[in-house]
Design a protein around this ligand. Sequence first.
Ligand code: C2E
Ligand code: MG
Ligand code: MG
Ligand code: MG
Length: 284
Amino acid sequence: RAKNQGRNAVCFFSQELEAELMKRHGLEHLLREALEKESLIVLFQPQIEMVSGQVCGFEALARLQDSDGNWISPLDFIPLAEEIGLIDTLGQQVLQQSCAFASQLMGLGKDLKVSVNVSAQQIRNRQFIDYVVQCLESSQVRSRMLELEVTESALIDDYEQTRKTLQTLSNMGVSIAIDDFGTGYSSLSYLKSFPLDVLKIDQSFIKDMGSDEQSHGIVQTIVLLAKALGLWLVAEGVETPSQLSELRTMNCDVAQGYLYAKPLESQAAYEFAERNIAAGGKPA
Ligand code: C2E
Ligand code: MG
Ligand code: MG
Ligand code: MG
């Protein structure tokens, strides 16, 4: 009996493993194809200044599409791209599309930013700075319009090299944001040594803010920390009016989330900005 069970267990395991491998194989194929054809999709999610209700920027978020037209989350394909050495190519295509979008936004005559996620591996690449410069130049976008989002763990990965790279970009006028702030394991001392402009509070804290005193306290504290350091504060994953009003009371600067808009295709994102500007901002 035990023997049988053992065999079933092995069989079950290998079926799961096989399904997992198939999925990965399919995903890798999709990813390679999208990068070859330059058909990776980049969506743009509005960021809203809380006091005025005015749009102040967009975050670029990558998507893959499978043959049935379903969208695949970056949480699935970014780690894969890193693993198989395609993250630089992917990052370049996202940056290109983001600069093209920024260039379109310039026509609206307002200072808007486009914020692009970069992974630790990209920053460690010696050609990263050159690529950013090239992208800005060829799209004729001012460096002030570009923001790069890095996670805390990316900062501590290769501390000195990363600091130098970010310092160079910052000196050029590119803005630097810490993404998912509060979820990394790093010490706070890096906040002093990196050239930072923005903290983005992780959405898990926003989600639990209404129901959980501790999350509320953490958000409040991060807002105060950002103020003390002279950083701009963005709350991610704002979904409800009550979250928004709590964040307002705390003096948080910017909100991003489904309450305002989901990530949008570039044309829809452009129209969102156009409407928002025409309405002079829409205080919620
Ligand atoms: P992130 O940078 O923290 O992006 C925020 C995520 O929250 C996005 O997920 C966004 O769609 C989602 N989101 C926005 N508003 C709301 C809301 O109100 N409620 C909820 N529940 N979620 C909301 P997404 O697009 O699936 O991206 C996941 C992660 O993948 C990103 O997290 C980022 O770390 C990474 N990523 C996305 N695009 C790229 C890229 O081009 N390069 C790199 N290296 N990473 C990327
Ligand atoms: Mg981000
Ligand atoms: Mg985030
Ligand atoms: Mg995240």
